[in-house]
Design a binder for this molecule. Structure first.
Ligand SMILES: [Zn+2]
Length: 328
């Protein structure tokens, strides 16, 4: 299942191709249970991440066009301001096991496309003039072949059909989609008070006899971790995955969450995620983060740091590996 680095990779790679474009047409498979017509006429101004959720933020096209013409290069802030005051829609996507969000034609998986968005050319492009608005009253000339002058497709492909798609027209609907999703792991060290806030959250939302590994996996406290990176974060912080929150002093949790985890997830993202099973980047290539793994899936093999054989056990139905020497 894609975890934080994989989802971040997906967003980073599709965002330049889809932002500031109007949704001209939307077709969805009936099993998704959404009314895709609600997307038509809206424009994408940004895509955000909350744990493993992909949140495509939409604004009425006339308002986004207004932001671009008046407030560029502050379009994002202006759009966000307008979205808060007027109305925004959010297309919330969870990739689950096998979902893929891509702008490339999914030839091999064409039968498994469950949502298809036809996007117009960039709203910055003046049709018929080869001009692109780069700032208010400033244009750049572009070639006919520039992708921003062309319409674009965005596909949600999901062979195993576990993925979830919701269109949130009101803030309450978005809150309900995210009700069991805590703050995104990447927001951890952004604020000076973040440490205290997150630690308190971890200790109040979860029971004190929760194992550290399970606490990371529980999306209610902090979202973004899955099976792979929860094990790797425990290794990086030198903590046994079975150690309970009660036996874990604040300094250890701080090291685990604010230092090792954030570093680990960003390193994995820089390598475009880990392709241990079906995950591929939106360009269809394998990620490189699987080479960074120290313990995940290495039960019985020698630890790359100290050569002790890696041990494994099952926690809540999942195989968890750790090094008995490096982790205490
Ligand atoms: Zn070791």
């Amino acid at each position: 299942m894609p975890e934080w680095p994989e989802v971040a990779t997906v967003i980073e790679s599709i965002l330049p191709d889809v932002r500031e474009r109007q949704i001209l047409r939307a077709d969805a498979s009936p099993h998704l249970g959404i009314d895709a017509e609600q997307l038509r006429g809206w424009s994408i101004y940004t895509i955000r991440q909350r744990g493993k959720h992909i949140l495509v933020h939409l604004l009425r096209t006339k308002w986004l066009r207004h932001c671009i013409e008046k407030y560029s290069p502050y379009t994002d802030e202006a759009a966000e301001y307008l979205a808060r005051r007027k109305q925004r829609r959010v297309l919330a996507i969870h990739l689950m096991m096998s979902g893929v969000l891509t702008t490339a034609a999914p030839e091999r998986l064409a039968d498994h496309v469950h949502l298809r968005l036809r996007l117009g050319p960039s709203l910055r492009y003046r049709e018929g003039s080869n001009m692109l608005l780069v700032a208010p009253h400033r244009v750049a000339f572009v070639k006919d072949t520039d992708p921003r002058t062309q319409p674009q497709w965005l596909y949600f492909v999901d062979p195993r059909r576990f993925g979830k798609v919701r269109i949130c027209c009101y803030p309450s609907e978005l809150r309900s989609v995210l009700r069991n999703t805590g703050p995104d792991i990447s927001t951890l060290n952004k604020h000076a008070m973040g440490d205290v806030r997150f630690l308190r959250r971890l200790r109040t939302v979860l029971k004190q006899d929760t194992a550290v590994y399970s606490a990371l996996m529980d999306q209610r406290a902090i979202s973004g971790f899955g099976n792979i990176y929860a094990q790797e974060a425990c290794f990086a912080a030198g903590l046994l995955p079975t150690r309970t929150l009660r036996d874990c002093a604040d300094v250890w949790l701080q090291r685990l969450l604010f230092f090792e985890s954030v570093r680990l997830l960003h390193r994995a993202k820089n390598r475009q995620g880990a392709s241990v099973s079906s995950y591929r980047t939106p360009d269809g290539v394998r990620g490189g983060a699987q080479d960074l793994l120290f313990v995940y899936g290495r039960g019985g093999q020698p630890c790359s740091v100290c050569n002790t054989p890696i041990e494994k056990m099952r926690i809540k139905g999942r195989t968890v590996c750790w090094c008995p020497t490096c982790q205490k």
